[in-house]
Design a protein around this ligand. Structure first.
Ligand code: ADP
Length: 283
């Protein structure tokens, strides 16, 4: 169980549904540190969680609590100093096409390639397709899914921020990874586009039931997107609680249960005490 949680939070952890299938992603006691010239920074401390097939698993916490660090470690770019991460039972040691990341930044597309070429390039280089015709067919399928079919030959600089994010999502989904990793993908969008993108992501999930690990610092976004929400405490990030949000979505915004889940999470996050680095054991 997560360290440093209260009895109420422990009850929440226990009441969270335990899906019957084997986890796709199993994160166990993971501590991740950054070494700089002057400091050793503990970004996450003994974090554990499991992501099951078709979960919309959200990691929620204040800035600096280690959300992006965790995602980068799942992607294979960082190694924990303690604990382990397993994807389908295998320890994660390197990046691989079985995990695809979608970032917040609008410049994650190749500017010299069109929308379609950005996707076909990822498919052929990522090893999902070995011939151009298949790659094109798959790319068009996903371009249609994100409603960009009139833009397949457009270059990224001609697209709005929301459209660029749609391409990045289409590219990620086209790779058919075991898990799609999304690092605050809508945070740089205006409020209306952000809501539209949340709706579209949920619609895509209804269509294909992919597994997604989604990082955000917005409580509302976590409740909208997440089927399960992992709440992290401030720096260094530890698991504070895990909650179910299966029954909440865009359709329930404004309803009592949505508001009460939001305020419960708000209270958990703001009741937190910042744990000082010196209180941590040397790991
Ligand atoms: P979040 O995504 O929750 O905002 P991050 O994972 O980006 O948090 O960062 C967690 C902690 O690790 C922060 O204290 C941050 O300053 C530190 N950190 C992140 N990246 C680096 C890095 N490359 N070098 C040193 N410290 C880092």
């Amino acid at each position: 169980m997560a360290s440093g949680i209260t009895t109420t939070e422990a009850a929440d952890l226990q009441s969270a549904a335990s899906p019957p299938s084997a986890p796709i992603l199993d994160v166990n006691g993971v501590t991740i540190q950054y070494k700089t010239k002057e400091h050793l920074i503990t970004a996450t401390y003994r974090v554990g969680f499991q992501v099951f097939p078709a979960d919309r698993f959200v990691i929620l916490g204040p800035s600096g609590c280690g959300k992006s660090t965790l995602l980068k470690a799942v992607a294979g770019y960082l190694q924990p100093v303690e604990g382990e991460m397993r994807l389908k039972g295998n320890i994660i040691r390197d990046p691989g096409p079985d995990r695809v990341m979608v970032f917040q930044e609008f410049d994650q597309l190749l500017p010299w390639k069109t929308v379609k070429e950005n996707i076909t390039f990822a498919l052929t280089n990522g090893g999902r397709c070995d011939n151009a015709r298949d790659a094109e067919e798959i790319a068009m399928e996903y371009i249609n899914k994100v409603k960009l079919d009139r833009f397949e030959n457009t270059y990224p600089h001609m697209l709005s921020g929301g459209m660029k994010q749609r391409v990045a999502i289409a590219r990620g989904m086209a790779m058919e990874p075991d898990i799609l990793l999304m690092d605050e993908p809508f945070a740089a969008l205006d409020a209306l586009t952000r809501r539209q993108m949340q709706e579209e992501l949920l619609q895509l999930w209804e269509d294909t039931k992919f597994t997604v690990l989604f990082v955000t610092h917005s409580i509302e976004e976590a409740v909208i997107i997440g089927s399960r929400i992992l709440i992290m405490s401030p720096h260094p990030g530890q698991v504070k609680a895990e909650l179910n949000a299966h029954e909440q979505s865009i359709a329930t915004i404004g309803e009592d249960e949505f508001a009460s889940l939001q305020s419960k999470i708000h209270n958990m996050i703001f009741a937190d005490r910042v744990l000082e680095d010196e209180t941590l054991p040397n790991v």
